[in-house]
Design a binder for this molecule. Sequence first.
Ligand SMILES: Cc1cc2nc3c(=O)[nH]c(=O)nc-3n(C[C@H](O)[C@H](O)[C@H](O)COP(=O)(O)O)c2cc1C
Length: 199
Amino acid sequence: MKYCILFASPRPNGNTATVLRPFAEQLEACGNEVEIISLYGKRIEPCHACRACQKDITRTGCVWNDDLQPIAQKILQSDCIVTATPIYGWYCTAPMKAALDRLIYMMCKFYGETRGPALWEGKAFAILTTCGYPPEKGADVYEMGMKRYCKHCHLRYAGMYAAHDPGYAHPFATEAKLQGARDFALRLHKLCSAQAVAP
Ligand SMILES: Cc1cc2nc3c(=O)[nH]c(=O)nc-3n(C[C@H](O)[C@H](O)[C@H](O)COP(=O)(O)O)c2cc1C
């Protein structure tokens, strides 16, 4: 199966990258194809609500010819989308938010009067995140937002792995956290492959 991982931390070797590495390695070890796309440094315009994307319900159709265009095509070719982001201000980071806002109606052809399909219908969606508060107080709002996003967008929400950053005085990367990321990859792999073969 193909996994498209959108990575949006400004720190390429920071906490989120630290749990992303074993997560992606485990997915690959299970025989999956994994692509990690870093959103920082890419040009991703915010949605301007022009609704051009709703004119042709067969394609993504956004007027912004920027770096999100090829990413959207990669998402369409994947089975599972993973957002790997630290929590900033109780949500994802800004490049991830810009991408998520654009993707809603590049993919879903039912904004306003338009009555069309969700081009990414049925794909799995998962979260990998790190946060300064304990996850139940740091990542809960983002998870709730993404659960609603998935429901609206006809995606299958497949769960979250959230790792706590205890602050600069303590090491982030414990074996328990790295193993937690591997275990989450295994659960996701089982879920996605089971649903792929289900009638
Ligand atoms: C600008 C900024 C805002 C943050 N906001 C939150 C927050 O709202 N809730 C939280 O739990 N942690 C917050 N944090 C902590 C980060 O989520 C945490 O340190 C994370 O592990 C950083 O990941 P990274 O090393 O991949 O950048 C914030 C950190 C920064 C720099």
